[in-house]
Ligand binder design. Structure first.
Ligand code: SF4
Length: 309
């Protein structure tokens, strides 16, 4: 299933670049990569994990190997959830082809900064060699049949890899090669709220998510649960989230505000975007419920970081 011609051009106008022969992969320069090249700030991942992992916004490759494929239809998603297929269809590109193509496309997308007097020349030079792979641009990466080989290829290229999954494929997680950091998205503390927010394709979506959370503790890599919080929907029930966090025993929890951007503006209102203060309040409750400590925060990204003691 390739993306329709209309869908392709719409995504390319939005800054996506498709890579690989079968065009199921794409790269898009992150807003924070651009800001960092202009020395106007870095993303919260560099702020939170840069010291330990060397993650740098200007050397980040924001990509996906499975753009047309996702088995959630999350109401808060900034992507067009009408065009994705819940199952992989079609040919599969090799990880080396995807990464080579993504690096080339990133260099082309950043070429304009070379002549920009406000751009940091050294950072621009370094950005020619991306060192971090944010496997979270769009789609569900565990649907990509060669996700293990992809993570290994990142390792061979000495790139850190952050894999963000919706937890719908515990059968893949059971055999998953450790990325640098594994994220499972948790957006509800109970099955009813989960169904309302994620509109899962699989009737046993909640059970699958819980199975993935159980598997999380078996990973040796760093593990993160990301809570994407939407006011009026799931910004509640710290005790319920605490049970899920206990089950997964992640190293970190990111309590993050939903952002009113992209296609989500057709489904939600600006009022559904929690203030940083409201995220902090829930994070403080979570800290009390879980015994985790609040160790960092980013007001501009409305996110609070909790760490296991
Ligand atoms: S890690 Fe995420 S937020 Fe930071 S630059 Fe990469 S894609 Fe953007």
């Amino acid at each position: 299933m390739a993306v329709s011609a209309e869908g392709l051009s719409e995504l390319e106008r939005a800054g996506y670049r498709f890579v690989g022969e079968h065009r199921h992969s794409a790269v898009k320069v992150c807003h924070w990569t651009r800001k960092s090249l202009l020395n106007r700030g870095v993303c919260y991942k560099e702020q939170f994990y840069g010291r330990d992992l060397g993650v740098q916004s200007h050397r980040c490759l924001q990509l996906t190997p499975s753009l047309p494929f996702c088995d959630h239809r999350c109401v808060y998603c900034w992507r067009n959830i009408e065009v994705t297929s819940p199952r992989w269809v079609g040919e599969v590109d090799e990880p080396t082809e995807i990464l080579d193509g993504a690096v080339q496309a990133q260099r082309q997308l950043l070429s304009g900064f070379k002549g920009n007097p406000d751009a940091d020349k050294q950072k621009w030079q370094e950005a020619q060699e991306p060192k971090h792979c944010a496997i979270s641009l769009a789609g569900e990466p565990t649907l990509y049949p060669k996700i293990n080989e992809f993570i290994e290829e990142c390792g061979r290229r000495r790139m850190t890899s952050f894999l963000v999954t919706n937890g719908q494929h515990p059968e893949v997680l059971e055999h998953l090669v450790d990325p640098t950091q594994l994220y499972i998205s948790v957006v509800a503390s109970d099955p009813e709220t989960y169904k309302a927010i994620c509109q899962p394709i699989a009737p046993d979506g909640w059970e699958r998510l819980n199975r993935s959370l159980e598997l999380m503790s078996s990973f040796k890599c760093r593990k993160v649960i990301r809570l994407t919080l939407v006011k009026g929907l799931n910004l509640k029930d710290a005790p319920g989230y605490a049970k899920l966090i206990e089950k997964a025993a992640p190293d970190f929890v990111e309590a993050k505000s939903y952002m009113w951007v992209g296609y989500s503006r057709k489904r939600l209102s600006m009022g559904n975007m929690p203030l940083h203060r409201e995220i902090k309040e829930l994070a403080e409750e979570l800290a009390r419920e879980t015994g985790y400590s609040i160790v960092d925060e980013s007001e501009s990204s409305r996110v609070v970081l909790l760490k296991k003691k």
